[in-house]
Design a protein around this ligand. Structure first.
Ligand SMILES: Cc1cc2nc3c(=O)[nH]c(=O)nc-3n(C[C@H](O)[C@H](O)[C@H](O)COP(=O)(O)OP(=O)(O)OC[C@H]3O[C@@H](n4cnc5c(N)ncnc54)[C@H](O)[C@@H]3O)c2cc1C
Length: 427
């Protein structure tokens, strides 16, 4: 579906009126700002349960499956089996373009440390899937575009947030206004709504940038995700199968700014060579088949997720180093847990935007998110060190862990998202 700027799609779900000045007023039970992977999933979870949802997105059009290039798209995510179950339950699992990975290899390019994981060892069918973000996004947007409980406001640019007796008014630059008892910020790491609500965030620059591109290798990827730590910089080769060709990989190299400059300014041939050396030649000759995209890395954690009638989810609440591919997965779990708490309150006739309801969500999610943020910081520091004692410990640690099947099984199940009490939508 495509839509023009400042378009409001109001199916039967929400009440939409016009003021005397002609501005659209939308009344919903929940207003979500941001139709990324997290906001879109949350909107569908709530709408499927019967709630009336207004979804505001600054982009002027939804992502349309028909307009996606057949060529691999640059932004991908490693989605856990738990995230897969959530998306499949919403009818938005992009099956045909999701590449399963059944093994994972992580090694220290500066030493002998190496650890390998396989789905079989953990009693899982797959460890996860690599999926192009826009492919998942298109599947979610296709479901949202036709959902009778969802009002979509595209080209939505927030200008003000005003409290009301029962929640918040969201005022858009073009005059449209949305009212809801619960307003959700799903507008990403630099959330405008979080700032308008005055929620402070703890920020920690990672002194690294992620350099992203797509390559084709002479060796097949073998459905294995690989990550080498090259001088403290994690270099990931994530398997992508494109039209049955299993020689593609999506690259994420998180590295210093100077090194990112060097990678970005290299010719495709020179960059291919650098990647081939970085991965120790394990996939043969590497040919770059896309431009280079760069993302500055900053870890952020909001000091609180919830106020009365307002809550943060996904990257608006926490953004994390991509070395373990957990950002979207944590955000999808936020969406699932928030939907469980909100729908349960709504069905009981209790105020679903009440601080007590939202605090229950925060208590269930903050610890998991904080633990993952701390772990990523620790990994980054451990692999960045040049201290010989720590380098030795790191290599011995990886080697030792490789021998410990029960410990590996626990790590794999945790990385697959099987942690704590899962909401029904993820079981
Ligand atoms: C290089 C890299 C690799 C990564 N790899 C992985 C991985 O393998 N696995 C994984 O789980 N995670 C990964 N991540 C993290 C992941 O991309 C993010 O965690 C995820 O995209 C966050 O989703 P979100 O929906 O919360 O936010 P976003 O994706 O940022 O979506 C926010 C949405 O809100 C909209 N918006 C923004 N501002 C406004 C506004 N004011 N009004 C209305 N709409 C607005 C935006 O247009 C967008 O649609 C990676 C990140 C990077 C940088």
């Amino acid at each position: 579906m495509s839509a023009s700027n400042a378009e409001t799609h109001t199916p039967s779900g929400c009440k939409a009126n016009a003021t005397s000045s002609g501005a659209t007023l939308v009344e919903a039970e929940v207003a979500i700002v941001g139709a990324g992977l997290v906001g879109s999933s949350l909107a569908l979870l709530l709408a499927e349960a019967g709630m009336r949802v207004a979804l505001l997105e600054s982009r002027k059009a939804l992502v349309d499956k028909a307009s996606l290039s057949a060529h691999p798209l640059p932004r991908v995510s490693a989605l856990t089996p738990v995230s897969q179950r959530l998306l499949a339950g919403l009818g938005a699992w992009p099956g045909e373009r999701a590449t399963p990975y059944r093994a994972m290899q992580v090694w220290d390019a500066q030493g002998s440390g190496e650890i390998a994981f396989s789905a079989d060892e953990a009693g899982l069918t797959v460890l996860g899937h690599i999926v192009e973000n826009d492919v998942t996004q298109a599947a979610l947007h296709a479901r949202l575009a036709t959902h009778s409980n969802v009002t979509l406001l595209l080209g939505a640019r927030l200008s003000a947030l005003q409290t009301s007796a029962k929640g918040y008014w969201l005022v858009l630059e073009d005059g449209r206004q949305v009212h809801a008892s619960l307003t959700v910020a799903a507008d990403g790491a630099r959330s405008t709504l979080r700032s308008l609500a005055g929620i402070d965030v703890h920020e920690e620059p990672m002194e690294q940038e992620a350099v992203v591109t797509t390559v084709r290798c002479t060796h097949a990827h073998g459905n294995t995700a690989r990550q080498a730590f090259v001088g403290g910089s994690p270099l990931a080769f994530l398997p992508l199968t494109v039209e049955e060709d299993d020689h593609y990989c999506s690259i994420v190299w998180s590295t210093t700014q100077a090194h990112a400059d060097a990678l970005a300014s290299a010719t495709p041939e020179a960059l291919g060579k650098m990647l081939e050396e970085g991965i120790g030649g394990r996939l043969g000759k590497v040919s770059v088949c896309d431009g280079v995209h760069r993302f500055p890395l900053v870890q952020r954690h909001a000091r609180r997720y919830a106020l009365a009638n307002l809550v943060l989810v996904g990257d608006a609440a926490h953004s994390i180093h991509p070395l373990a591919g957990q950002g979207v997965n944590l955000g999808l779990m936020d969406a699932a847990v928030l939907a469980e708490e909100v729908v349960s309150a709504w069905r009981r006739g209790a105020p679903w935007g009440a601080l007590a309801t939202l605090s229950r969500f925060e208590r269930r999610r903050r610890f998991d998110n904080a633990a993952m943020l701390t772990m990523m910081k620790g990994f980054k520091r451990l692999f960045a060190t040049t201290n010989p004692a720590l380098t030795l410990a790191r290599n011995l640690g990886m080697g030792g862990m490789h021998q410990l099947a029960p410990l590996k099984r626990v790590i794999m199940r945790q990385a697959a998202g099987e942690r704590g009490r899962l909401p029904p939508s993820c079981r």
